[in-house]
Design a protein around this ligand. Structure first.
Ligand SMILES: NC(=O)NCCC(=O)O
Length: 370
């Protein structure tokens, strides 16, 4: 993408003098995340298939009573491979093919849980105000062709697959939802989690396309850990992260679609802060590129993982397709919780009472004037 900065990290590496770089990374990222050594075959496949592949690891201290709980997650960010005026079925098939080749590399890297970007089977058309053909990309979460495709991938690679799609719910009058379908590594459908908060900012007026989610803050118990999916705009809502965490999520994915002029300065902060505040891992994913027929702006990728101790990986590229492989020891969640105790000191009962008062029409703010 001409004129776009490749990544913040490549810029820092280029311009910060080496003696200062480690200290800059400590201050900005909480330290240098351990680099994963990935199989040569995976690295060369990624290069041939024209996507970036990076791997990092977060460690936890050894414990006496619990064994390490090591899991590898994969975050996928990608452009739309075909122009937006290509036939719908052809666009979906091309996206399936693209994801298939990235997931194959994820499998070579030992990924246990993989998550794709928001509404990954379509161009991000919700800002265009056009209905057709975009609503034709909606599919059943239970037996749509994308769910079937992901079930095959999950079975083949023994991988939990988080597949965020535009869902058409035929049982409820064909209602559309923005939904993450979660598929177990056995290939069985575990369930779905719908986007709770719909943006009303800039061109992101998405409420005429799909409804506010009604699945609450479901978490999914997988063989590799307890996961949740906070879709895109939910990133700006600390209570949304909190509720997934209170339900026990150790890893919260945040599949997103957002552009540079709107949110790029918020991007490194919000999900990372959620990891700190909730003693969990967070995984924000953003697509790359543009909606080819609409001048919306540049989707800046930069997917990363933040750990409960506040450290984070570098981001993927701002311009290229990519797979980020991150190894984490889930024991770190409780270790950090026992250190900082935010769940103990959070005074949730006080806020539960006060919030219940604040949402009443008769609420009067507690302000004392002179
Ligand atoms: N897809 C979506 O909710 N985008 C909103 C923009 C943002 O949250 O940065």
């Amino acid at each position: 993408m001409e004129g776009e900065l490749e990544s913040l990290e490549s810029c820092l590496e280029r311009h910060i003098p080496p003696p200062d770089l480690a200290e800059v990374k400590r201050i900005l990222y909480g330290g240098e995340t351990r680099k994963l050594s990935l199989p040569a075959a995976a690295l060369s496949s990624a290069q041939q298939r024209d996507f970036e592949l990076q791997g990092y690891g977060f460690d936890a201290a050894a414990e006496q009573l619990r064994r390490p709980r090591i899991v590898r997650v994969g975050l996928v960010q990608n452009k739309i491979p075909l122009p937006t005026d290509t036939a719908v079925a052809v666009q979906v098939a091309a996206l399936h093919r693209r994801i298939e080749e990235i997931v194959e590399v994820a499998a070579m890297c030992g990924v246990n849980i993989i998550c794709f970007q928001e509404a990954w089977t379509m161009p991000f058309a919700f800002c265009t105000r056009e209905k057709l053909p975009w609503t034709e990309f909606a599919e059943s979460a239970e037996d749509g062709m994308t769910t079937k495709f992901c079930q095959e991938l999950a079975k083949k690679y023994n991988m939990v697959v988080v597949s965020p799609i535009l869902e058409r719910d035929e049982i409820h009058g064909g209602t559309l939802w923005n939904t993450a379908v979660v598929i177990s590594n056995s290939g069985a459908l575990l369930g779905k989690s719908r986007k709770n908060h719909i943006p009303r900012v800039g061109d992101f007026n998405e409420s005429t396309y799909y409804m506010e989610g009604n699945t609450g803050h479901t978490v999914f118990q997988t063989q590799f850990g307890t996961i949740a999916v906070n879709i895109c705009f939910g990133r700006h809502h600390p209570l949304n992260w909190l509720m997934y965490s209170l339900n026990g999520a150790e890893i919260i994915f945040n599949p997103s679609a957002t552009i540079g002029t709107l949110s790029e300065s918020l991007w490194p902060i919000e999900a990372r802060n959620a990891a700190i505040a909730n003693h969990c891992f967070t995984c924000p994913i953003n697509r790359v590129g543009t909606v080819s027929h609409h001048d919306l702006g540049h989707f800046y990728g930069s997917s990363y993982v933040a750990a409960p101790d506040g450290s984070r990986t570098p981001g993927l590229s701002r311009t290229q397709d990519g797979l980020l492989v991150v190894e984490m020891d889930l024991n770190l969640c409780r270790q950090v919780s026992d250190k900082w105790n935010f769940k103990m000191t959070g005074r949730y009962e006080m806020y539960a009472d006060k919030l219940a008062e604040a949402v009443q029409p008769c609420f009067t703010p507690n302000v004392i004037g002179e």
